[in-house]
Write a protein that binds this ligand. Structure first.
Ligand SMILES: [Zn+2]
Length: 146
């Protein structure tokens, strides 16, 4: 699991927060203050092995970026996906899955190509977008699920 390192705004302590715990209002390990992830949140990197548990246990809407590291349009979407993770912190979850290493979930959802963006609510697939699109297209879809 990837993680993000955030300095506590109260005591300055650097806290390492697993990406899949970002939405759980993490507290500083030293002083107990709430850690603000505004501007710091990163997409959660999920895999075949934890995909279903993650989606089922998310507790809020999830957008998953199905990408391949060698695909140009995927690389162009990467900063947009990062931006969405920050914009929706504490409201929705932004995740990504590398389809070059995780074929099972890719096949399960009959995804036609990468990048594809799948939207889940209450553990169910409710919407999807195929291909590179402007940030606001994805933001509006995720917003509509909040
Ligand atoms: Zn602190």
């Amino acid at each position: 699991m990837n993680s993000v390192i955030v300095s506590c705004s109260s005591c300055g302590q650097k806290n390492k927060i697993p990406a899949d715990k970002q939405h759980l209002q993490p507290k500083c390990g030293k002083c107990g203050s709430l850690i603000s992830l505004a501007g710091k949140a990163v997409p959660v990197e999920i895999e075949d092995s934890n995909f279903q548990n993650f989606i089922n246990g998310a507790g809020m809407p999830v957008m998953v970026d199905f990408f391949s590291p060698t695909c140009g349009p995927c690389q162009m979407m990467s900063p947009i996906v990062n931006s969405l993770a920050q914009r929706f912190v504490n409201r929705g979850i932004v995740a990504k899955i590398d389809t070059s290493e995780n074929q099972r979930i890719f096949s399960q959802f009959n995804i036609r190509g990468v990048p594809s963006f799948l939207f889940f609510k209450n553990g169910k697939l409710v919407d999807q977008v195929v291909g590179g699109v402007p940030e606001n297209v994805l933001a509006q879809k995720l917003s509509s699920l909040l």
